[in-house]
Every structure is written in structure tokens, then in C-alpha cells.
Design a protein around this ligand. Structure first.
Ligand code: SAM
Ligand code: DTB
Ligand code: SF4
Length: 339
């Protein structure tokens, strides 16, 4: 006999099969979730998982609204870190040409175009291990350009000190992106030039400076389901959890060590989105890198699973993304409004 019922709130609808995770929704933003709870979500029957994710999503957001962020690489390539997924590392021969930091005019032009296409946030990424003091004032000027256009500003520049985080906040920065990327136990296999705690320290500096935290990870790097659960467990237990959670599908780039990784079952990617949505109910969960390779059907499932943000524009940092027109057509066919 099934005990699935609606009681006073849609959030209390808990199918019997999901009772192990009953206490997950709603939850205060600082309530800890165990790894077993996250794993139990991953292990739900696919349709039950999606139903739960949709229920949580609808309690906090309009399910037919997606936020648009446009990315710009403000400093490309030549990065000293050895992240095995990344085309911008000097350790991998990907044929990418390194560039200098862009100037204010180039950023203004790209941000204006993004605004004209409907983006609400402009994210500037640099292939740096950390922000160097000599670059702080230049980045401050770039943030000013984006804010002057009336856009939300986000940066991803590598590790930050607490005083740098405060300086960027003072310049008007709204979000800082710094991904945990994978579960702690897998981290050393993917990157050797920094440790997990370095990432956590920067996230704490960002949080302490009053910036919104954008942090997520990459799926499809050959990790197990338990390791995907481990990543979500870390993100969901940040206190408070991030406002923005990019879930990237690995883009396999020739010349990187992960170029020939065995492909991930696309439904497993959708599950990851759904578990992120349930465990971080009020976060914007961003369907991030990998959309170009994904197909419209899987993207639609990701929106059903609770993704409510995308990177919008024909390029991510160095790799491709669906172009504006294609995304506009996809969102229109799904009756999704943009914010
Ligand atoms: N250098 C800074 C850092 O690592 O924090 C900022 C830029 S870095 C390119 C930002 C993020 O891009 C990484 O944390 C990773 O999640 C993502 N990324 C890089 N290469 C990727 C790839 N091939 N596929 C998917 N995501 C990727
Ligand atoms: C994030 O989580 N994904 C974006 C953004 N934050 C900076 C970057 C994706 C990069 C994909 C590979 C590339 O284009 O170089
Ligand atoms: Fe450098 Fe960031 Fe790429 Fe790692 S992910 S190699 S830190 S640009």
C-alpha cells in the first residue's frame, strides 16, 4: 500500500520510497545533511527523484523561470594549476593561446552585448591560481564597467585573501564563483597543485566579505555516484549553502588528461541536478558547461529537475555553448521566461 499523500503543504508530500530523506524538505539553510541522506536521494527511482525535486523547486521558485548569466574569459590560458579537466592549464597541451587581461573597453563591449540579449549577470573568469595584488585595481575597474551597465557582476579569479574579497565587494561585485569541483576523496586525483581546504578557505573569505557565493562542480570526470553525492554533500553543508550552484558536465578537451573519459549516463547528470535542487532548495542551480553536447531533451529534463539558471552566450570560457538564438528558441519552446 502506498502512503503518498498531500497534507497541508506540497513539501510534506513524501512518497514511501523516500522516507529515508523525509526530513530534507523544507530545511533551514544551516541544517546539516548526512552523506547517507544525499546518497539515498541519488538512489531514488528516477521519477520519484524528479517529482521531489520539482516539488521543492516549486515551493521556492517559479518553475518556468530561468536566470541568464553570460561568461567572458578576461584572461585566458597559461594557468599554473594542473586541473586535469581544464584546457587553460600550462600542464596540458591543448593548443590554446594565452592572452593578457582584457581592458575595460573589451569588457564593456561584451557586457553590453550580453545585456542586449537579455542576460542579467555577467561573469568574468580568469585563468589564475589566485588573484595577484597587481591585478586587483584592474579587476575593480572591470567590475565597475559591468555595474555601470546595470548588470549583476560575478568574478572567478582563483583563490582570494579575505582583504581581496572585501575589496571586490566594495567595488560592487555581487557574486564570486569558486567551485569545489568534486568530492574531497577524488580531489587529489584531479588536481595536485592545491588542496580542497584552499578552496574552502577562499569560499569562507567570500562569504565573510558579504559576497554571494557561487560554488558547484563538474560531473562526468569518471567519478562514482558516491563521489557525486560527496560533492553535493560538501556544497549543501557549507553554512549557509551557496546562493548559486553551477553543475558543469565535463567538456572533454583534446590534450587534457580527461579527454577520453568514459561518458556519463545523461540521466545520472539529471539526477545530480535534482539532488542539488532538493538539498539546496533556495539556491539557483545552474545547468552549466556541457549543454552544447547535451541535446534539448536532457536540458528540458534538467529544468524539470530544478535547474533554473544557465550560461547564456555562444562561448563558455574557451569552449562552445549554444548560441543566443538557439537558447532563445529552446526556452520559448519550453515556455520558460528569463530573469
Ligand atoms: N581559475 C579559476 C578557478 O579555477 O577557480 C577560475 C576559472 S576556472 C576555468 C572555473 C571553473 O571552470 C572550474 O572550477 C571548473 O569547474 C570549470 N571548468 C574548467 N574546465 C572545464 C571543463 N573542461 N568542463 C567543465 N567545466 C570546466
Ligand atoms: C562554472 O562553474 N563553469 C564556468 C564558470 N563557472 C566559470 C566555466 C566553464 C568552463 C568550461 C570550459 C571552458 O570553456 O574553458
Ligand atoms: Fe587554472 Fe582554473 Fe583551469 Fe584550474 S580550472 S587550470 S585554476 S583556470
Amino acid at each position: 500500500m502506498t502512503t503518498s499523500t498531500f497534507t497541508e503543504s506540497p513539501l510534506t508530500f513524501v512518497p514511501e520510497a523516500a522516507s529515508a530523506t523525509q526530513q530534507l524538505t523544507p530545511r533551514p539553510s544551516n541544517e546539516r545533511l548526512s552523506l547517507a541522506q544525499i546518497q539515498a536521494l541519488f538512489d531514488l527511482p528516477f521519477n520519484d527523484l524528479l517529482f521531489r525535486a520539482q516539488t521543492v523547486h516549486r515551493a521556492h521558485f517559479n518553475a518556468s523561470e530561468v536566470q541568464l548569466s553570460t561568461l567572458l574569459s578576461i584572461k585566458t590560458g597559461g594557468c599554473p594549476e594542473d586541473c586535469s579537466y581544464c584546457p587553460q592549464s600550462v600542464h596540458h597541451d591543448t593548443g590554446l593561446e594565452a592572452t593578457k587581461l582584457l581592458d575595460v573597453d573589451a569588457v564593456r563591449e561584451a557586457a553590453s552585448a550580453a545585456k542586449a540579449q537579455g542576460a542579467s549577470r555577467f561573469c568574468m573568469g580568469a585563468a589564475w591560481r589566485e588573484l595577484h595584488e597587481r591585478d586587483v585595481e584592474k579587476v575593480v575597474a572591470l567590475i565597475g564597467v559591468v555595474k555601470d551597465l546595470g548588470l549583476e557582476a560575478c568574478c572567478t579569479l582563483g583563490m582570494l585573501t579575505s582583504s581581496q574579497a572585501s575589496t571586490l565587494r566594495g567595488a560592487g561585485l555581487d557574486y564570486y564563483n569558486h567551485n569545489l569541483d568534486t568530492a574531497p576523496e577524488l580531489y587529489g586525483d584531479i588536481i595536485t597543485t592545491r588542496v580542497y581546504q584552499d578552496r574552502l578557505d577562499t569560499l569562507q573569505h567570500v562569504r565573510d566579505a558579504g559576497l554571494n557565493v557561487c560554488s558547484g562542480g563538474i560531473v562526468g570526470m569518471g567519478e562514482s555516484r558516491a563521489e557525486r553525492a560527496g560533492l553535493i554533500h560538501q556544497l549543501a553543508n557549507l553554512d549557509p549553502y551557496p546562493e548559486s550552484v553551477p553543475i558543469n558536465h565535463l567538456v572533454q578537451v583534446q590534450g587534457t588528461p580527461l579527454a577520453h573519459t568514459k561518458g556519463l549516463d545523461p540521466f545520472e547528470f539529471v539526477r545530480t541536478i535534482a539532488v542539488a535542487r532538493i538539498s539546496m532548495p533556495q539556491a539557483r542551480v545552474r545547468l552549466s558547461a556541457g549543454r552544447q553536447e547535451m541535446g534539448d531533451g536532457i536540458q528540458a529534463l534538467c529544468f524539470m529537475a530544478g535547474a533554473n539558471s544557465i550560461f547564456y552566450g555562444d562561448k563558455l570560457l574557451t569552449t562552445g555553448n549554444p548560441d543566443w538564438a538557439r537558447d532563445q528558441a529552446l526556452l520559448a519552446s519550453l515556455d520558460i521566461k528569463t530573469v
